[in-house]
Design a protein around this ligand. Sequence first.
Ligand SMILES: Cc1cc2nc3c(=O)[nH]c(=O)nc-3n(C[C@H](O)[C@H](O)[C@H](O)COP(=O)(O)O)c2cc1C
Length: 164
Amino acid sequence: MAKIGVFYGSTTGITEEIVAGLKDKFTDYEVDLYNAGAASKEDLANYENIIFASSTWGLGELQDDWAEFIEVVKSTNLSGKKVALLGTGDQNMYPDTFVDAIGIIYNVAVEQGAEIVGTTATDDYDFDDSLAVVDGKFVGLVLDDQNHPELTEEKVAAWTVDLF
Ligand SMILES: Cc1cc2nc3c(=O)[nH]c(=O)nc-3n(C[C@H](O)[C@H](O)[C@H](O)COP(=O)(O)O)c2cc1C
């Protein structure tokens, strides 16, 4: 069975709970979850289909576990690999740095040769600025569980259809 490696960082458990739900969505794939704080370069190298998931902390910073794992990604050749990004954030409290973390990860993944899949429209969101917007679209799936928890399930379901 083809497999998907999900590498996530989550401080209060929001992102962790969302990525745990991905196993049920990709019925044709084995989905393996890795906390970014405990994942190795070898773990990453094992997958052709990858999801990088992070919340954003501080003002537009990577989640803590990602602060270390980004160095692993920077030293890994991702050419030939498909990478999808999943970001959680709070557009009301942080409208100028909304889900910046996945913009930071996107730049590194592109630099390392990844093919980015799963960009999404910004239409449903209300924010001023985000590093996660490139060419008018979000670089991945964006979830605001703080303000719109009711949208998470349907957005995840739509995003995971034919993602890889
Ligand atoms: C101190 C603090 C700083 C935050 N900074 C940002 C931010 O800059 N941008 C953003 O979109 N969300 C920000 N958030 C919101 C978190 O990303 C959001 O609560 C997220 O769902 C947490 O997910 P986690 O529990 O998986 O870490 C911040 C939250 C806190 C408490």
